[in-house]
Design a protein around this ligand. Structure first.
Ligand SMILES: [Zn+2]
Length: 336
């Protein structure tokens, strides 16, 4: 089968072909596993974190990709409850303990980092981590929901928001544009403010129904009850804290923060940014259960991801674009 393999840690700013198109053996499936024929795989910022060494794979080469949509091509002998041809998705956790907090332990295997992922024509996955995809979604629409969408759902839940309370989103890419639609559905009376550094993202947010849009360093017209930060930077954290109402909560939805603007943290004033019970919470590693809960809600809304489709062999182009250009939706590889 064809796969885009990661063979080394590099800076994507300096190397615009970090992955290599390779012919590799089609994986076997173990007794509790499914073999999936991969239809589509979303391209996530976490792939940049893996390639650039912020969350490096323990072994190389590895096939990245953890927003996988495929159909069951073979079943391990102990698998029950799946049929050949069933359409399923795979997210970040490839194999874990199955406990409610399995996302917070160090010993789960991550798809596309610790185990081969979906930048390939086939992949294997434990049946318990293969989640049914609602029929109403196309493969390309479903792929970004597996990570960007589901983590957005988890982040929104962790804000503790109630209907009518205001929400801010700082950074407006693959996850945030889904959170905006989710918030409109679950909390119809909640005003939504979007902060983004580039004009294109702000216009995109306004077109999806944000009540107010501004630059990352702007102040919203009113203090916000909760803010979700999906940026890889620190300035948005400082600015979001300044936009929170007393008792408000900032949820940081980023697997790693880059160091380039870390000095922004020295601008935090205890009185302006933290006093009056403002809180900071991170969100980590969506579970299979989050995805299984989120997908039916996404189908009900229905959530529409703005996707840009690339063929498998152009995965590098998608990654470079994700690194360099403002994101206006999700990038998805169309495979088989
Ligand atoms: Zn991801």
């Amino acid at each position: 089968m064809r796969a885009m393999q990661m063979t080394r840690i590099v800076s994507v700013a300096e190397d615009d072909a970090p992955l290599t198109l390779t012919e590799v053996p089609t994986p076997e499936c173990g007794p509790d596993e499914l073999l999936l024929r991969v239809h589509a795989c979303g391209v996530c910022h976490t792939e940049l974190d893996e390639i650039e060494g912020r969350t490096p794979p323990p072994r190389l080469p590895v096939i990245p990709g953890h927003e996988v949509v495929g159909s069951v091509a073979a079943l391990g002998r102990d698998v029950r409850g799946h049929q050949l041809g069933d359409r399923v998705g795979v997210g970040w956790i490839h194999r874990g303990s199955g406990a409610a907090d399995e996302n917070l332990t160090a010993d789960f295997e991550a798809t596309g980092r610790d185990a081969n992922g979906g930048y390939a024509e086939y992949m294997s996955v434990p049946a318990a981590y293969a989640i049914p995809i609602p029929e109403s979604f196309s493969d390309e629409q479903a792929a970004p929901l597996m990570c960007a969408g589901a983590i957005g759902y988890r982040a929104l839940r962790l804000t503790g928001l109630e209907n009518g309370q205001s929400l801010g989103l700082t950074g407006f890419g693959g996850s945030a544009h889904i959170v905006l639609q989710l918030t409109r559905h679950l909390y119809p009376d909640s005003p939504i403010a979007v902060f983004a550094r580039d004009e294109k993202s702000r216009a995109f947010a306004a077109s999806l129904g944000a009540d107010w849009v501004g630059h990352t360093t702007d102040r919203a017209p009113h203090p916000l009850r909760a803010i979700i930060d999906t940026t890889p930077a620190w300035t948005p954290v400082r600015e979001a804290l300044a936009n929170l109402s007393p008792g408000g909560r900032l949820v940081i939805n980023a697997i790693r923060k880059e160091d380039s603007d870390k000095e922004a943290l020295l601008g935090i004033s205890y009185h302006e940014h933290l006093w009056l019970e403002r809180e900071i919470k991170s969100v980590a590693n969506i579970t299979a259960r989050d995805i299984a809960e989120f997908l039916p809600i996404a189908a009900q809304i229905p959530i529409r991801s703005t996707v840009e489709v690339f063929p498998l062999e152009r995965a590098n182009e998608a990654l470079v674009a994700l690194k360099r250009a403002p994101v206006t939706g999700a990038k998805v590889l169309k495979i088989l």
